[in-house]
Write a protein that binds this ligand. Sequence first.
Ligand code: PGA
Length: 253
Amino acid sequence: MNMPLIVGNWKMNLLTDEAVVLAGGIRDFVKSLSGIRVVLAPSFTLLSEVRNVLSGSNVGLACQNFYFEEKGAYTGEVSAGMIKDAGCEFAIIGHSERRHLFGETDALINKKVSCAVEKDIDAILCVGETEDQRKTGKTFEIIEQQVCKGLDGLKRQDLQKISIAYEPVWAIGTGENATASQAEEVHHFIRKTITDKIYGNGISPLTILYGGSVTPENCSELLANKEVDGALVGGASLNIDSFCAIINAAKSV
Ligand code: PGA
């Protein structure tokens, strides 16, 4: 199993002053911890300030999105080269809010994953079913499709630069998290899909995060599950106490 990975997805929140205080608090808390990887994903405008705060620390920096083209006439977009230049080692790709609010398709997400790997950025590929898809028994079909299309064309050695985040859409920002056994079932299915349908046996251990209403109250049970290698945390990552409590829980399981 890989080192637990805890990613704070700040989404479209915080201004510079707040971000600097929060990132500084997290940096100080994580300073003396080993055996765990903590990463913050601020909005684009905060990357440079947060990078300064995290400089020389053991907390990593991620972007929440980027565009796969290198450069050119793509008004409003930010390239992988730019996010790397801004200090990002990680990129969240295909978050459900990108898929559902901004129409990102599996094909577009696949281009972003390939581009991240090419640029030596660790990709965090998000997958997850909607409430309706779960209720109608389509969870595994949807997950298989998102995983297989998201990884299309990528080589088995590329997996070292890729983590998957299982984020059921019905659990994101709703206060209703998946249970540990629901997460376990889907994480297991993702591993099996990646071996059986794509690469075959013998791939290096894959990090699979759970995301969706992770809180200090529910994280211990989720993170204690052997299939869960970490968490992608939204709302609870905006508060120093709750995010540090989640980091602590990941450290102690
Ligand atoms: P949440 O968001 O923790 O607020 O549910 C998780 C995410 O969207 O990554």
